[in-house]
Ligand binder design. Structure first.
Ligand code: KG4
Ligand code: ZN
Length: 339
């Protein structure tokens, strides 16, 4: 089966094709991503209305490119999956509507995909031998969640951020450090070059909670700025604290769930220092680790097509009447969809 995946939940317009067979993980055939970095850079962050307009402008181009690169005609697509949430309301509607329209026009099955679940599913493209159960840390611009994936279609959130997501903290601190959008990679670069580190606090949760909190860290960065001119040291201290918090809670989750497999996913997983810290963690906790390649960590449609395949394989179909849900939580049923 050839599955077309479509993604437009935030600031990347993307389409991809995976090929799949029953009982096996899908294979990536093509992946097209149109980035909106140039659109949002002058504003220092994502402007939702501009994101929606840019999605409208490029959605058919990326679908054409994904099909062209896969050497497929629209009639050779067997099913379509599109992100229905979580994400920016206007942006979600563009890809979701395009996906439904394609499925309706070609009379093919359609499935709505949860973006957070799809980030985890990128790991099945990265390592086709990987199977659930597994523990995943999804760290992105909108979410930071520790999720237990018991089997395909079964996701339990063990911990989540109580305020800012890890990626959001990177983006906000980037603005404080006057690093241009997109902030995450810029802060990583500045931190990596610094020979000094300004120590910043890690938020510790009470009563064994696996939740996260990053807003205090952002305030600590703002308070540190008048104390030192060494912005590199602050970037390094910030990155140290974020990675420390992610490692601390993931270690707790590994021990409490006795998980044997660990996945690191989401845009922040493109961070080399975090990847290295997880590699070290996996070795000391003796757990199998899968981290998707960088272009499968940041937003893409390959992970959407992959997640769509696992839903289709379970016989799932989403009615074309179902709408998006900007707050759709991983592991729950989309309103108007069939379980
Ligand atoms: O998953 P993603 O592409 O979009 C969302 O679903 O939010 O994640 C984007 C987030 C942004 O906050 C961005 O700053 C962060 O991931 N990010 C990074 C890096 N690359 C992207 N954060 C730290 N280091 C990076 N190298
Ligand atoms: Zn994402």
């Amino acid at each position: 089966m050839n599955i077309l995946g479509i993604e437009s939940s935030c600031d990347e317009t993307a389409a991809a094709v995976v090929s799949a067979q029953r009982g096996a993980s899908p294979r990536l055939i093509s992946s097209a991503v149109s980035s909106q970095v140039a659109v949002h850079r002058p504003y220092g962050g994502i402007v939702p209305e501009l994101a929606s307009r840019s999605h409208i402008r490029f959605i058919t181009d990326v679908i054409d490119k994904a099909l062209h690169d896969a050497k497929l005609s629209p009639a050779q697509v067997d099913a379509v999956g599109a992100t229905a949430g979580p994400g920016l309301p206007g942006s979600l509607l563009v890809g979701l509507t395009a996906g439904k329209a394609f499925a309706w026009m070609m009379n093919k099955p359609f499935v709505a995909v949860n973006h957070t679940e799809a980030h985890i599913c990128a790991s099945f493209l990265a390592d086709p031998t990987l199977r659930p159960p597994l523990l995943a840390l999804v760290a992105s611009g909108g979410h930071t969640e520790l999720i237990l994936m018991k089997k395909h279609g079964s996701f339990e959130i063990l911990g989540r951020t109580r305020d800012d997501a890890a990626g959001e903290a990177y983006d906000k601190v980037a603005r404080l450090l006057k690093i241009p959008y997109p902030g995450g990679p810029g802060v990583e670069k500045m931190a990596g070059k610094s020979k000094t580190t300004f120590r910043l606090p890690i938020a510790r949760m009470k009563n064994g909670s696996l939740d996260f909190s990053f807003s205090g860290l952002k305030t600590a960065v703002a308070n540190a700025l008048p104390k030192t001119a060494d912005r590199g040291a602050i970037a390094s201290g910030f990155q140290h604290a974020v990675i420390g918090a992610l490692i601390m809670q993931t270690t707790e989750a590994i021990r409490s769930t006795k998980a044997k497999k660990l996945v690191l996913a989401g845009g922040v997983a493109a961070n080399s220092a975090l990847r290295a810290a997880f590699t070290q963690l996996a070795s000391s906790e003796k757990i199998r680790l899968v981290i998707p390649m960088m272009n499968l960590c940041t937003d893409n449609a390959a992970m959407i097509a992959c997640a769509a395949w696992f839903r289709l394989a379970r016989g799932h179909r989403t009615p074309l009447s179902a709408s998006s849900d900007p707050s759709w939580t991983a592991g729950t049923v989309l309103t108007g969809d069939m379980a």
